[in-house]
Design a protein around this ligand. Structure first.
Ligand SMILES: C[S@@+](CC[C@H](N)C(=O)[O-])C[C@H]1O[C@@H](n2cnc3c(N)ncnc32)[C@H](O)[C@@H]1O
Length: 250
């Protein structure tokens, strides 16, 4: 079976210099996906602490933890602005789709910098909707589904343009930016892409926030209708764009 090329997050972490033996803090770790990527990168001599203020997400992360059998991986239920000094300092602090939710991103980075050793790196991967959706042809259902997610995140208070703001945020917080990159998720007529499944995962938030009703979404058939729309076209639809950046504490 062909091996999958490393995804955006893994490449970002590797290029930022995450490697064997490092001590890493994963802020807003959710159910642990990024922490689990880090397990492989830091190896058994490294240490990873994931923190999130959502008790449910931390419970899932702890449950999944067993499968990774890493000697120094742990998850703490904690707000990223209320870290205990006893945690010490880290070689790297990383976060994915978390900075966009902070009321004052500059103040957040400044506060987190205290837990970064001199010479350490801060790595963030964030969504940005400034340039998407984009397509030459019309994809009405894809555009609607993408708009539900975008509007849901906006109503939850996220900065939808944080990618373009990343360099400024990290710099104003006193760090030296070493790289900013962006990548799009390109959906072709025959690439399987689970936009409908993403909407399903967000369904309760979308309806609770009044972004769309259950009747509008028709969740049970959404993925199938999206697949039909893409396969009926010869065109390409780009719905998601992510930014990645790393910056150093000098
Ligand atoms: C979109 S999820 C991303 C989860 C994970 N980083 C990933 O990429 O799979 C954002 C996470 O950030 C957490 N979060 C947001 N603000 C936070 C804060 N101030 N302190 C701790 N966790 C926070 C949320 O609870 C949520 O689990």
């Amino acid at each position: 079976m062909a091996t999958q090329p490393p995804d955006f997050t893994t490449r970002l972490m590797i290029d930022a210099g995450i490697g064997k033996g490092m001590r890493i803090l994963d802020v807003g770790c959710g159910s642990g996906d990024v922490s689990f990527v880090l397990c492989d990168l830091v190896g058994r001599s490294g240490e990873i602490i994931g923190v999130d203020h959502d008790a449910g997400a931390i419970a899932i992360a702890r449950h999944r933890c067993a499968a990774y059998d890493h000697p120094a991986l742990r998850f703490l239920e904690c707000d990223l602005l209320e870290l205990q000094d006893a945690l010490g300092t880290f070689d790297a602090i990383v976060g994915r789709r978390v900075l966009m939710y902070q009321k004052d991103a500059v103040a957040t980075i400044r506060a987190l910098s205290k837990y970064l050793r001199p010479g350490g790196i801060m790595v963030f991967q964030e969504l940005d909707t400034t340039m998407v959706p984009a397509s030459l042809e019309s994809f009405p259902l894809h555009e609607r589904a993408q708009a539900w997610i975008r509007e849901m995140i906006a109503r939850e208070g996220a900065d939808l343009h944080i990618g373009f703001n990343l360099h400024g945020i990290l710099t104003r917080a006193g760090l030296t930016v070493e790289s900013v990159r962006a990548e799009c998720l390109v959906q072709t007529p025959d690439t399987p892409y689970g936009l409908g499944n993403i909407v399903r995962a967000c369904f309760s938030r979308i309806t609770a926030l009044g972004v769309a009703s259950a009747e509008e979404v028709e969740i049970e058939t959404l993925q199938q209708r999206l697949n039909q729309e893409r396969s009926a076209s010869s065109g390409i639809f780009i719905g998601d764009m992510m930014f990645g950046s790393w910056a150093r504490k000098v």
